[in-house]
Design a protein around this ligand. Structure first.
Ligand code: PCA
Length: 198
């Protein structure tokens, strides 16, 4: 069988956390899902550096699809992101101590790009597994959005599909009074989302 190539990424912990649910789930995915062979990459929660790491890996791998996963603590569903915006606006410092406010991701770039992966089909596939999922119309303006916007800019008008999925906390993070999903459910949700890829 001819496999397509999927570059899938998860983030380091940030904001004083011990774990990041995105990487915990990504690193537990199998090597092959549907007709995709996966290459997994753990990336830093640093403005600019996150995208640099992904672009560098993608330069060698030449993936058909790049799917980045990030943690959105407080969300109550697995949420494929529809859009990346040209804004850096952070409430907390990134892992290199930078906290930009009202800065563009890309000087004189367009305001926004739409994700090029089938986000609605992903939501349906995830829900088929009994896991809560919904579209998100904002990836925020921290490092996750920075990464999504940069990749969509880089791969516009190419064959490389690019998308981003935010996932809730996992119960293993033991957050009090916060929605969480079992780690196994996040792994299942990401597997289902990959099944929605062309
Ligand atoms: N979530 C952050 C950055 C890293 C992560 O996992 C975000 O939503 O921007």
């Amino acid at each position: 069988m001819e496999y397509k190539r999927l570059l899938i990424t998860g983030f380091d912990p940030f904001g004083g956390e011990r774990l990041n649910s995105s990487w915990e789930a990504v690193c537990r995915l199998p090597e092959e899902i549907a007709h995709y062979r996966l290459t997994k990459l753990r990336i830093p929660v640093i403005f600019g550096s996150a995208a640099d790491a992904v672009l560098c890996a993608a330069h060698t791998l030449k993936p058909d699809v790049i799917l980045c996963i990030g943690q959105a603590g407080g969300r109550t569903a697995v949420t494929p992101e529809v859009i990346g915006i040209n804004l850096r606006e952070s409430r907390i410092a990134d892992n290199a101590g930078s906290q930009p406010v009202n800065e563009p991701v890309l000087e004189s770039g367009p305001d926004a790009y739409f994700s090029t992966v089938p986000v609605r089909e992903m939501v349906k596939e995830i829900e088929k597994n009994g896991i809560p999922a919904s579209l998100s119309l904002s990836a925020g303006a921290f490092v996750c959005n920075d990464l999504l916007y940069t990749l969509l800019h880089h791969y516009q008008n190419t064959q490389t599909l690019t998308g981003f999925i935010h996932v809730p906390f996992i119960c293993e993070q033991e957050k009090e009074n916060c929605f969480c999903l079992p780690l196994a459910d996040v792994v299942t949700a990401l597997t289902a989302a990959i099944h929605a890829l062309p």
